[in-house]
Design a protein around this ligand. Structure first.
Ligand code: UDP
Ligand code: MG
Length: 323
């Protein structure tokens, strides 16, 4: 099979029939073999009924229904598990992403050898103040912090080689950072394609102001986990040691200079009357705590189930058996 199109959906009943018809038309025009995987993320409207009707109508459509709303990342993750096409496409269900882009995305993966191609909504049809501007700033930060040169990390329309979606785990709100997860899994050829974007025709956006808090926090965790997830002591231990040494050095200096002044017969104050003494004491305490956090984090990551799971790309010469 050429294509698996994964569509997370939450309360999108009006859009689904149109979306399916549009996808079918593009697929047939290009002669692709395909499947559409609709993941109903616990919708409360008639979305599942719509999916049932589409499955009935088109043998290429499959549906997965969550018992409750788990979020877009969960829906994508579950959809990825079900993918069986060579190339996986993700797109939003709200008709904002255009299926017309799929043939070119497919070609970029198959012929140009990209592992993943992300859409770029260069002309974006969303509210300027609440979506477009924050998203510009956010993408700039993500580019700087991850070293991946994409203009639109969170574009719903993306294409992946099958191995990519089978190697990554999207959880929490991590759907915003799938390119980072892919890079971290060892897939380096990540491209970008300018895609058409429409205004939302039916329904309303599912992401409100809470994304201003969750987005940046998730970016921090992605970066922390990718840099230090497997060796937290390298961060905490180093910081702890530096801060402890600063504090200890300062306290030693205060003590020694007091002794020196005593010996010289100069006037002195009690060490505990010196405000710097408390600053250095605090540094020593913070340093020790950071060090301990590093130890604890190290223990946690040592017992993580995936501590020795690596993504093997190829194995050679094993099928020959014993000689
Ligand atoms: N979505 C989902 N679960 C959620 C929230 C959203 O599956 O909890 C789906 C939604 O139905 C749509 C896609 O994710 O297909 C993108 O959501 P939306 O269009 O609301 O985001 P926006 O385009 O406003 O950023
Ligand atoms: Mg949308």
């Amino acid at each position: 099979m050429d294509l698996s199109i994964v569509i997370p959906l939450y309360n999108e009943e009006e859009s689904l029939p149109e979306l399916e018809a549009w996808i079918r038309q593009v697929m047939e025009a290009n002669g692709f073999t395909y499947e559409v995987i609709m993941v109903d993320d616990g919708s409360r409207d008639g979305s599942w009924v719509a999916v049932e009707q589409l499955v009935e109508k088109n043998p290429c459509v499959r549906g997965i229904k969550f018992r409750r709303n788990y979020g877009k990342s969960a829906a994508l993750n579950r959809g990825f598990e079900a993918v069986s096409g060579d190339v996986a496409i993700t797109m939003d269900a709200d008709l904002q992403d255009s299926p017309e882009e799929i043939p070119e995305l497919f070609r970029m993966i198959k012929e140009e050898g990209y592992d993943m191609v992300s859409g770029w909504k260069q002309k974006r049809h969303d509210p300027v103040l609440t979506k477009n501007l924050p998203s510009k700033f956010y993408n700039w930060t993500a580019r700087r912090m991850t070293g991946i040169h994409l203009h639109d990390f969170n574009c719903g329309l993306k294409a992946y080689r099958q191995a990519v979606v089978k190697s990554i785990e999207v959880y929490g709100d991590m759907h915003r950072y799938i390119p980072v997860l892919a890079k971290w899994a060892g897939f380096k050829k990540i491209g970008e394609k300018v895609v058409q974007h429409q205004e939302r025709k039916y329904g309303t956006t599912k992401f409100g102001i809470e994304r201003f808090i969750r987005g940046p926090l998730d970016l921090l965790s992605v970066i922390f986990i990718s840099k230090f997830g497997k060796r937290p002591m390298h961060l905490f231990g180093m910081l702890g040691v530096i801060i402890f040494i600063l504090g200890f050095g300062a306290a030693a200096y205060i003590g020694i200079s007091k002794l020196y002044r005593l010996k010289q017969g100069l006037p002195t104050i009690l060490v505990t009357d010196n405000p710097y003494f408390f600053i250095s004491l605090t540094c020593m305490i913070i340093g020790t705590m950071l060090f301990l956090s590093g130890f604890l984090a190290e223990l946690v990551s040592r017992s993580a189930a995936d501590r020795n799971e690596y993504l093997v790309e190829e194995r050679l010469g094993w099928e020959r058996g014993e000689m």
